[in-house]
Design a binder for this molecule. Structure first.
Ligand SMILES: NC(=O)C1=CN([C@@H]2O[C@H](COP(=O)(O)OP(=O)(O)OC[C@H]3O[C@@H](n4cnc5c(N)ncnc54)[C@H](OP(=O)(O)O)[C@@H]3O)[C@@H](O)[C@H]2O)C=CC1
Ligand SMILES: CC(=O)N[C@@H](CCC(=O)OP(=O)(O)O)C(=O)O
Length: 345
């Protein structure tokens, strides 16, 4: 059994990790940390986990964490950068759900996250954990930077177009919407039901910290710098991201082969579903599931290809993708613990 530690077990992504790991046949969760709830049985706080975990939350203890085979960090930015070097020295493997190890340019990281990076050495060595791009590197990695939620939905939708040089990489648009769980569990006025219910708004339209992450990933796929306009929106729902992506085709004749190209690109990917041309993927079709569903569209007399891409921000956008990465790192079937279809309605 793989011995697992989770730092930040009381947050939304932490409890989602527990929900997935509760039915994973190859893992044993050894410690789940929370500073504010240390001593409280996990199942008292999260009754959905009654009967699955006997553990109580504990203070983060570097020695106890170093005894694990793999530690997930489900913590705010900055925590993993501080704690990871010691775990690396102990030979423990890490999947970090925060953004600490996602960006290779640490000046850019410091600008967006408002602090200097505390572990430049490991930021350089970390593997960006988008399995559909970096499966072989993830297999060998000691430290995996789990992608952000918006960057997952956006990159998966654009990748086939950019990898094949079919669109103008300088004029990409990602219009993305998220449910409120994307902001985490800590209380804030802006996230009260009374503030976001019956309403819909953009935020971060002049710049969001996922923009440099999206640029980095798409730039690698295109083999050149990309120009992306990324605008996030907050939806009055709990889970889910929908990203509507726009790109200008270099040659409209290519349109005919786009559907086949997308199907071929993702044919062997267990968690990417290319739906029939013109479909409208819904967030509820991936709710609680590790899938990204996408579809292609074209409007009459237009050279713009539209890709709509949906994920559950807490699953393929966070905890599910983290478990997928763990499965790859330990040579397991990638789908273990992640086979459940979405909940409908
Ligand atoms: N929510 C989402 O959809 C997504 C989130 N992420 C990222 O995953 C990470 C976790 O997100 P989320 O679960 O939403 O966050 P939450 O705010 O819901 O939870 C944060 C957790 O971290 C713990 N924590 C906070 N500060 C520290 C610290 N200094 N040392 C140790 N533990 C700490 C908290 O417990 P306590 O304070 O009691 O120790 C809590 O358990 C974030 O970096 C987030 O950006 C990534 C993709 C999607
Ligand atoms: C709705 C909402 O607030 N979403 C969050 C999503 C970001 C997130 O989860 O952070 P990571 O970079 O760790 O992925 C936001 O826009 O800040």
């Amino acid at each position: 059994m793989i011995k697992i530690g989770i730092v930040g077990g009381t947050g939304y992504t932490g409890v989602e990790l527990l929900r997935i790991l509760a039915v994973h046949p190859e893992v044993e969760v050894k410690c789940i940390t929370s500073r504010s709830e240390a001593g409280m049985p996990v199942a008292d706080m999260y009754p959905n986990l009654r009967g699955h975990f006997d553990l109580a939350f504990s203070e983060p203890d570097p020695e106890q964490l170093a005894e694990c085979d793999l530690v997930f960090f489900a913590t705010p930015h900055g925590v993993a950068a501080r704690m990871v070097p010691e775990l690396m020295k102990a030979g423990t493997r890490v999947v970090d759900l925060s953004a600490d190890f996602r960006l290779k340019d640490l000046d850019v990281w410091a600008k967006w996250y408002g602090m200097p990076h505390e572990s430049p050495e490991w930021a350089a060595k970390a593997v960006y954990g988008l399995p559909e791009v970096a499966r072989d590197e993830i297999r060998k990695a000691q430290l995996v930077a789990n992608p952000g939620c918006y960057p997952t939905a956006v990159q998966l939708g654009f990748l086939p177009l950019l990898e094949n040089g079919l669109v103008d990489p300088s004029r990409l648009i990602a219009d993305a919407k998220s449910g409120a769980s994307g902001a985490g569990r800590q209380a804030s006025t802006g996230m009260l039901h009374g503030e976001i219910g019956e309403s819909f708004k953009t935020y971060g339209a002049s710049g969001h910290r996922h923009l440099p992450e999206i640029r980095q990933g798409l730039g690698q796929a295109a083999g050149t710098g990309v120009g992306v306009t990324f605008v996030p929106h907050l939806l009055p729902m709990i889970r889910g991201i929908e990203a509507t992506l726009y790109a200008e085709l270099n040659d409209t004749a290519d349109f005919e082969r786009l559907q086949a190209l997308f199907e071929e690109r993702y044919r062997d990917e267990p968690f990417v579903d290319v739906m029939p041309f013109g479909s409208h993927p819904e967030t509820r079709s991936v709710r609680g599931a590790n899938h990204c569903r996408m579809a292609l569209h074209r409007q009459e007399q237009s050279n713009v290809v539209i890709v709509t891409s949906v994920i559950d921000n807490l699953v393929k956008g966070a905890a599910g993708q983290a478990v997928q990465n763990m499965n790859i790192m330990f040579g397991l079937d990638e789908r273990l613990g992640l086979n459940a279809p979405a909940m409908l309605p």
